[in-house]
Design a protein around this ligand. Structure first.
Ligand SMILES: Cc1ncc(COP(=O)(O)O)c(C=O)c1O
Length: 470
């Protein structure tokens, strides 16, 4: 049988989707007749000069949709499809890459999504019990504007115990997500033409908020141990937003010596440090590093936390720990703003924490994520080897790798996408809008199974191999 699909390597539509579409149409029109044996994966990979994985993925999708069947030791065969006696299959327009990626089975797509969490281990029954228990007539009305006091108490105790944050429940302001609490913080700081320094690359979600509210955001470059202090000093900014426990997106951890230096900068300049500890619960190797806030004796740090990584993003529950000076501004000017997080979810979360479920969940997830983290690192080392340098490991739910390739990160992302593996570049996270030509690839592992992690890395190696630097 002649198989000559016209595959366009420059197309936005991944190669495996083009191949799948080619076979599907051929089977529907009868050009590829029923009971016909398809070429083996190896044969076709040789004929078309594309990877075996690409063909495997196209065949998998045809199998899933019932166009072909697999017979043990014989190969893949076209299934006889009953035809409409009055006509052929309708002439359906060709779907775009986006349409297709949504209709494909998830087995086909390995997405190293940076915000992925492992939902399989979420204790749904225990959560349901807390929701049920928390529901009562009293909580059907508006709650405390700063956040439910009992939840704030639980959070403050947890933060003191586990993150060495120095705080009481009074200092905590709850809000629906990090961007929401950053908007609130922006109001507390005021908009008098102030400059906010940010790590470059840094977290786009917060960058957009500051910029949209009229702050001048000043990019400050990164060193191996976090933000470049001399550049921060000359930037003229008095406020700095940082992610010291696991820099977003590159993943480095700021050592204690630099934390102390940064606090000295704040002390000498009357500066304010916004510490976003978005995934600080997950540290896998080495000693835990206390929060910056816990080292600060003079009220220069605002600590920000979220339940998105440690529990679930769907809950939209984040919070600020305000130093005394900003707490005063909050009480005088903002305390009449309504609470943005659901009172019902707050009450359920408070019970979940009070019953010890929250810390049990964190302990369990830390083990699970550590296993995935270690597996990802080991697989990269054994499969990709010297062609990639791992940079942002040992904490959080994503790592960064520097691929030793002549291709840019965006090109590598696109090549991987053609084979159904989604990885990420730092392009969208550059504050200075600098073009990312560093070949740094970001890989989130929280939402993937161990099998997907191994398969994903193997596919990446296979499709990137022709472009490694010699
Ligand atoms: C740096 C950083 N902060 C905070 C968050 C979480 O944001 P939210 O609380 O709005 O879910 C993320 C999520 O990826 C993040 O990367």
């Amino acid at each position: 049988m002649d198989i000559c699909p016209r595959l366009e390597s420059q197309s936005q539509v991944p190669l495996y989707l083009q191949l799948y579409q080619y076979f599907k149409e051929g089977i529907q029109t009868g050009d590829i007749p029923a009971f016909k044996r398809l070429p083996s994966i190896r044969e076709l990979a040789n004929d078309l000069h594309i990877s075996k994985t690409t063909i495997q993925m196209a065949y998998q999708q045809l199998l899933a949709e019932g166009y072909i069947e697999s017979r043990e030791r014989s190969g893949y065969f076209v299934v006889e499809i009953e035809r409409d006696p009055f006509g052929d299959f309708p002439n359906v327009p060709r779907p775009s890459a986006d349409d297709m990626s949504h209709t494909l089975t998830s087995e086909c797509l390995i997405d190293f999504y940076l915000s992925g969490i492992d939902t399989a281990y979420f204790p749904i029954q225990k959560w349901k019990a807390c929701v049920n228990q928390s529901l009562s007539e009293e909580i059907l009305t508006y709650g405390d504007k700063q956040g439910e006091p009992a939840l704030r108490l639980e959070i403050s105790q947890y933060l003191r115990r586990s993150r060495a944050v120095n705080c009481t429940a009074d200092q905590i302001v709850i809000g629906s997500g990090t961007q929401t609490v950053m908007k609130l913080l922006s109001q507390l700081i005021g908009l008098n033409g102030q400059k906010i320094a940010m790590e470059d690359p840094g977290y786009g979600g917060v960058h957009h908020v500051f910029q949209g509210l009229g702050f001048e955001v000043v990019p400050v470059k990164l060193e191996d141990d976090g933000i470049h202090l001399e550049e921060l000093e000359t930037s003229g900014a008095e406020i700095v937003y940082i992610t010291p426990s696991h820099q977003y997106p590159l993943g480095m951890v700021m050592p204690i010596s630099k934390r102390v230096q940064l606090l000295r900068w704040a002390e000498e300049n009357g500066g304010l440090i916004i510490e976003d500890d978005y995934d600080g619960e997950f540290r896998y190797h080495g000693k835990p590093i206390p929060s910056l806030q816990g080292l600060d004796a003079h009220g220069h740090v605002v600590y920000a936390g979220t339940f998105s990584k440690s529990l679930m993003p769907a809950i939209r529950m984040s919070y600020l720990v305000l130093p005394e000076s900003l707490l005063k501004v909050y009480r005088e000017n903002i305390s009449q703003y309504d609470q943005t997080a659901s009172r019902l979810h707050q009450a359920a979360l408070q019970l979940f924490m009070e019953n010890g479920e929250w810390e049990r969940h964190i302990r369990r997830m830390r083990k699970i994520y550590q296993k995935k983290h270690d597996l990802l690192l080991e697989t990269i080392k054994s499969v990709i080897g010297d062609h990639a340098k791992i940079t942002g490991q040992n904490a959080g739910l994503h790592i960064a790798i520097q691929v030793n390739s002549e291709k840019s990160a965006d090109e590598l992302v696109s090549i991987a996408g053609q084979s159904g593996v989604k990885v990420y570049s730092t392009s969208a996270q550059w504050i200075s809008k600098q073009k990312d030509d560093s070949s740094v690839i970001l890989l989130g592992f929280g939402g993937l199974s161990e099998k997907q992690i191994v398969e994903g890395v193997e596919i990446l190696h296979e499709v990137w191999q022709p472009f490694y630097k010699k």
